[in-house]
Design a protein. Structure first.
Length: 230
């Protein structure tokens, strides 16, 4: 099951007349991703290390069991912060795109705790102010003709990553030499682990920094199948 695709765009251009100022971390940046795929025939029953001498109905019951699955662990996409408001520059229309806020110098953007505890405040929203041209120093007079200093993509903030376990148990039962049945029980997101979507990243929004959705089908799905092989 594909998960973790919602990265909320690439980050808006702020100043079309200074594209060098838009250089930042890639919005698609994923520094760590691990995918482990496995298939394991359990060592029980006919031809295996354990219980190989069990025959008849008991032998059929203990033989042919196996496990398989895919485990995915991935860091989250970086967050893109926008201001969501205007100033004298946007009113004048001087090649202005989507404004970004100012970052308050020295402020710690990150919030500790589990993902669940951070849903109502994914990061420290007090670290962002209206673009004032003073490096986020709100104690100095505001300059309405300025761009925010927050980068297009914030390398220090990330949405939740992927922790997903897809798992299956199967049982093969032979009937003679040419025919067999295979029963499978498959579980997508085995541990029912929710993956939260990106936080609201518009600084002027009343839900700035709040996570309001999950990504894809963030709940366990079970399915069963029976296959006749001949």
């Amino acid at each position: 099951m594909v998960r973790g695709r919602d990265n909320r765009g690439v980050g808006g251009i702020q100043d079309w007349n200074n594209l060098k100022g838009e250089r930042s971390l890639s919005s698609q940046d994923i520094p760590q991703r691990l995918v482990v795929s496995y298939v394991l025939d359990l060592p029980f029953g006919k031809g295996k290390k354990y219980l190989a001498g069990v025959n008849g109905f008991a032998g059929a019951m203990v033989s042919g069991w196996g496990l398989d699955g895919i485990t995915t662990l991935q860091r989250g996409f970086p967050v893109k912060i926008s201001w969501g408001g205007g100033d004298a520059l946007t009113s004048a229309g001087f090649g202005v795109g989507s404004l970004r806020p100012d970052y308050v110098s020295g402020c710690d953007k990150n919030v500790g705790g589990s993902s669940l505890s951070r849903v109502s405040g994914w990061f420290n929203t007090t670290c962002f102010t209206a673009p004032c041209g003073n490096n986020g120093n709100i104690s100095t007079p505001n300059n309405p003709w300025t761009f925010g200093n927050e980068p297009r993509v914030d390398a220090s903030l990330r949405q939740q990553g992927v922790v997903n376990f897809d798992f299956a148990v199967f049982k093969r039962t032979s009937i003679g030499e040419r025919m067999s049945f295979e029963f499978r029980a498959e579980f997508f997101d085995l541990f029912n682990h929710p993956q939260f979507g990106p936080p609201n990243s518009t600084a002027t929004s009343p839900t700035f920094g709040v996570v309001t959705n999950t990504v894809n089908n963030s709940f366990r799905i079970a399915q069963f199948g029976l296959k006749f092989i001949f």
